[in-house]
Write a protein that binds this ligand. Structure first.
Ligand SMILES: [Mg+2]
Length: 400
């Protein structure tokens, strides 16, 4: 069966996770003083800027830890495993953090390892992972539990003619490419390489190769690399036959068109790659003007699925802190502190919690927000994260 249609993947993101990324159950605080609120922090522009701590960030997290107030770091960044990422942040901010304290853009992909049922589990299927430095994202995917991960670099090194222009990067690819689990063999699809899901895990580095490989897979018969579906372009079929022949589902982890780097102007992010791929898709198939879409799932802030995943993790962390007592008061408020109105504020404002919590948004001035009227109106604006935390503690009538 097709591994993960869009509707399924979204409903899947609503299910409790069966794949832990490092949860432990430790009772560390007295339930006598259990806050009915928690925090979610964006990282870049809130806690760190150009990898350096923002003043007040370390003290704010230390205060919450000391008071037993749960929080989670919620970022559209990625490319490293959660354990590695929190270790770096922990060192920079001098606050102990656990892998369960962070949700990165690709963290929800871990839920697809087991899937909602055995038939849709991707654990032993062959998945393509694109993006990131070297094959770091392959290794992250393997740590999540995916057992058969192929990168575009593996495909290129085994078949350089798939995208001849990447020959200039052969020295780079050979440092991490692995042999393909099966050769590309369009003459005998049963024996050839078959991809069952395509993940853009992080920002692609070699847009040309990644675009070509993903297009090949989307136009193939059932994900058999090197084949071309006869259904493509058949106007009597839904979507003119495109993505109607058992091709693997396509996932993107991060919708951001631009991101703030060291360069004075914002740089194209994973959303830029997606727009480029959509353009090539439209030029190849006829695109939206002919009623043809690129079927895909995009997660990351500001999407509901990512906030749901984050809240489930926050609730598990709350149980980790306070234990699973039946009289644990429900989580009523979550304060999302972010610097990006488009992702942090929009996401928190539009999120509808299935657990009954209300999310409030706090926009800080230490990141990409340039001042003035924000595109998405936050609950409040604070000069920095420390002021934001103070405002939230006061609003929740918490005396520290
Ligand atoms: Mg940010």
């Amino acid at each position: 069966m097709r591994p993960q249609p869009v509707w399924r993947s979204f409903s899947l993101l609503q299910r409790p996770s069966r794949c832990s990324i490092g949860l432990r159950t430790i009772q560390t605080a007295s339930p006598a003083r259990v806050p009915n609120f928690a925090f979610a922090f964006d990282i870049d522009g809130v806690l760190l800027r150009a990898s350096k701590p923002i003043p007040g960030a370390a003290d704010s997290l230390a205060l919450l830890k000391q008071q037993g107030i749960p929080f989670i770091l919620l970022t559209n960044g990625g490319g490293k495993h959660e354990t590695e990422r929190v270790a770096e942040i922990s060192e920079k901010l001098n606050v102990p953090l656990d892998a369960a304290d962070i949700v990165q853009s690709h963290s929800p992909f871990a839920e697809l390892v087991n899937g909602p049922d055995e038939s849709s589990a991707l654990e032993n299927k062959c998945v393509l992972v694109a993006g990131g430095d070297g094959d770091n994202c392959r290794r992250v995917a393997e740590q999540y539990g995916f057992k058969n991960v192929v990168t575009p670099g593996d495909i290129f090194m085994a078949n350089p003619s798939i995208w001849p222009f990447s020959k200039n990067f052969s020295d780079h690819y050979k440092t991490f490419a692995r042999p393909l689990p099966r050769p590309i063999d369009p003459t005998d699809p049963k024996k050839g390489l078959k991809i069952d899901a395509v993940f853009v895990f992080n920002d692609p580095r070699d847009w040309g190769l990644d675009t070509q490989v993903i297009m090949d897979i989307l136009l193939s018969r059932q994900g058999h690399v090197g084949t071309l579906s006869d259904k493509n372009g058949q106007i009597d079929l839904p979507n003119h036959g495109y993505q109607q022949d058992g091709q693997p589902h396509l996932y993107f982890s991060n919708p951001d068109l631009y991101w703030a780097a060291a360069y004075p102007l914002p740089r194209l992010g994973q959303g830029g790659f997606r727009e480029a791929l959509e353009g090539v898709w439209a030029a190849t198939t006829g695109g939206p003007s002919k009623g043809i879409e690129l079927k895909k799932t995009v997660i990351g802030k500001p999407y509901q699925g990512t906030y749901e995943f984050a809240e489930r993790q926050l609730l598990r962390n709350r149980t980790r802190i306070f234990g699973g007592a039946a009289d644990l008061p429900p989580l009523k408020h979550v304060y999302m502190i972010g610097d990006n109105p488009e992702s942090d504020i929009r996401g928190a404002n539009s999120y509808r919690s299935e657990f009954g919590s209300k999310w409030q948004s706090i926009l800080v001035r230490t990141g990409v927000y340039p001042g003035g009227e924000p595109a998405w109106t936050p609950t409040t604006i604070a000069d920095d994260v420390q002021k934001g935390v103070q405002w939230a503690l006061k609003t929740s009538k918490w005396s520290s």
